[in-house]
Design a protein around this ligand. Structure first.
Ligand code: PXL
Length: 282
């Protein structure tokens, strides 16, 4: 058996509501990776459509946690960042990345901060500029179209999206510094939803689309990004991984839609894990 891949997952722990760590840990573990969690904050629930949540920022704990890991000589094949707990964490996480990055470490940054044209409530107007700086360090970034617009200082546009617009955004995002871009929430006609994948080195652009189900389901960005990273670490190309992740996410939404679950409570990705593993050849 190949050496197991170790991922550092830098996200919040939203105790209820299936997103960030409660999604990244099970999906990456199922894909065969070993996950080390660096929790950025602890919340009673995520902040999307739920009110009255608790929020404990863990910025002050991070330096001691990573210092301990350094003392143990821990090394990581991938560093995967998502929802960060504060503006100050952008700088801190950037330092964690440079401290642990080695030749071949895959730095995957999901610039989680906004959706549906709106910044998440915990972030100030200066957050997107700070996130754009963090993205310079990435091998792969996975913004949705709202985050992409914020990263580029462009106004948000509602879909449908023409290829010309999508490719304009991909080129702009590549200019921030990351080598590969996965732009999510792309749709050109209402039946399908997916992502565009751009390799700035080769200039290649591909699309990975799946069937669209109506409704706004929370945590799906994290389901998608975690499934994509799991597939890349299992040896798939980025475009293959994007298609696997798009199908896995669409299946999770379909199941949740059919069960009439509250859209704020997260999607049933768990039941899709056997199929996900089959698509990875595991
Ligand atoms: O899934 C993104 C996410 C992660 N973490 C927290 C969130 C959200 C989206 O709303 O609120 C705390």
């Amino acid at each position: 058996m190949d050496q197991q891949k170790r991922v550092m997952a830098v996200h919040d722990l939203s105790c209820f509501g299936k997103c960030s760590l409660t999604v990244a840990l099970p999906i990456l573990s199922a894909a065969g990776a070993e996950v080390t969690a660096l929790p950025t904050a602890v919340l009673s629930t995520h902040t999307g459509g739920l009110t009255g949540y608790t929020f404990r920022d863990l910025t002050e704990d991070i330096p001691a946690i990573v210092k301990h890991w350094k003392s143990l000589g821990l090394r990581f094949d991938a560093i995967y960042t998502g929802y960060l707990g504060s503006f100050a964490q952008l700088e801190l996480v950037s330092r964690v990345i440079s401290d642990f990055r080695e030749e071949g470490t895959l730095v995957c940054i999901d610039p989680v901060m906004a959706d549906g044209g709106k910044l998440y409530p915990a972030f100030g107007e200066d957050f997107p500029g700070g996130m754009a700086k963090l993205c310079r360090n990435a091998d792969i970034i996975l913004p949705n179209l709202t985050e992409a617009a914020l990263l580029l200082g462009e106004p948000y546009r509602e879909g449908p999206y023409g290829e010309e617009y999508v490719e304009y955004m991909l080129h702009g995002l590549a200019e921030l510094g990351p080598r590969r871009i996965v732009l999510t929430g792309v749709w050109t006609e209402p039946e399908h939803l997916g992502c565009a994948v751009y390799d700035a080195k080769s200039g290649e652009i591909g699309y990975a689309m799946s069937r669209r189900i109506d409704g706004f389901y929370h945590g799906t960005g994290d389901v998608f990004a975690s499934a994509l990273l799991g597939a890349v670490l299992a040896g798939k190309t980025l475009l293959q991984a994007a298609q696997i992740a798009a199908d896995f996410t669409a299946g999770s939404i379909r199941r949740t839609h059919d069960a009439r679950t509250d859209v704020r409570f997260g999607v049933n990705f768990e039941a899709g894990i056997p199929g996900y593993l089959r698509s990875l050849g595991l």
